[in-house]
Design a protein around this ligand. Structure first.
Ligand code: GLU
Length: 317
């Protein structure tokens, strides 16, 4: 009896190794490990790689520098799918025809959740709005992040440059909170969903507060770009920050390029949407996800044909 059980277990293991070896590996680009892209990518891979899943893909998670770097790497065929801010997907999609770095045009897989332009300062700081950060030591997210690219755009709108600050750093996501708490920077800027580990760290390890980002220049930025919108970071998420903070935001979007096969895009979206209740339980940022609203757009790049096939199949399109 015991021998028979061992024999069956070995056969099952061999079969699962064999079927995993047969699967096409889909690499998933995310962001820094204390952001929300990384746990999001991890949750998607967990669903796709569920034991017994009957489709031909296996998801492999990768930490990266964020949106802009993810977009370049997907366009160059180095990553199969990734997460990025809708504003940068839109810019890259629009400029693809004349962009020699873009071997494959981008395609939307799913709109995931809102992200917020988040500015954090020590509690006793004299900074109360965006204009107050002039002349200070700031960190704006790693090179290649959507945070840094969006900050560049906002500074251009304001007619400011890096020379307007005493120091501009591109700290890694995981280093930003400690730099703020240890007094090495005055301001930490990151575009991220909430709750996020990076903001939690900054508000747990020392006393810090979120600052609102509004005003005429932000208004103009929003008026000129349909992918930005006003957004409130609700109060009560982080220690010492009980009131909501007005800022602006974008949508985190799962995307690929035309190089991803119809079958792979279809299988990925199908496994995720068929397991949506379980997926939503993995992170609070996913709590509002619904198959229907993911279809509402506006899409920063057109939907991938594998996604269209799935939505037609379930009668939502
Ligand atoms: N929005 C950030 C960026 O592109 C990443 C946020 C995150 O990792 O959750 O760069």
């Amino acid at each position: 009896m015991f021998k028979k059980t061992i024999f069956i277990a070995t056969l099952a293991l061999l079969f699962s190794c064999y079927s995993n070896a047969q699967k096409r590996v889909v690499s998933m680009g995310t962001g820094g490990i204390t952001g929300v892209y990384y746990p999001t990518g991890g949750s998607i891979c967990r669903i796709v790689n569920k034991p017994g899943a009957v489709h031909g893909i296996r998801c492999a998670l990768e930490a990266t520098n964020g949106s802009v770097s993810n977009i370049k790497r997907v366009q160059q065929g180095e990553l199969d799918v990734a997460i990025a801010q809708s504003n940068w997907i839109y810019h890259s999609y629009k400029s693809s025809p004349g962009n020699p770095a873009a071997d494959y045009p981008l395609r939307t897989l799913l709109v995931l959740y809102p992200e917020y332009f988040t500015l954090i300062v020590p509690k006793n700081s004299a900074i109360y709005n965006f204009d107050d950060i002039r002349g200070k030591r700031i960190s704006i997210g790693p090179q290649g992040s959507g945070s840094q690219a969006t900050m560049d755009e906002l500074l251009r709108k304001k007619g400011w440059s890096f020379a307007d600050f005493s120091q501009v750093l591109n700290l890694d996501t995981a280093e930003q909170a400690s730099a703020l708490c240890e007094g090495r920077i005055d301001v930490m800027i990151y575009i991220v969903a909430h709750p996020s580990a990076v903001a939690r760290e900054a508000t747990q390890d020392c006393e810090s507060r979120l600052v609102s980002v509004q005003g005429r220049d932000v208004e103009q930025l929003l008026a000129e770009n349909s992918y930005y919108r006003w957004a409130d970071i609700p109060g009560g998420i982080y220690r010492g920050n009980s009131t909501s903070v007005g800022t602006f935001g974008v949508n985190a979007t799962l995307f690929a390029s035309t190089a991803l096969s119809e079958e792979a895009a279809y299988s990925l979206v199908k496994s995720l949407l068929e397991n949506l209740p379980e997926f939503k339980g993995f992170h609070r940022a996913f709590s509002h996800l619904e198959a229907k609203t993911m279809l509402e757009g506006p899409f920063a790049a057109p939907l991938h044909k594998g996604v269209i096939r799935y939505y037609k199949e379930i009668g939502l399109m």
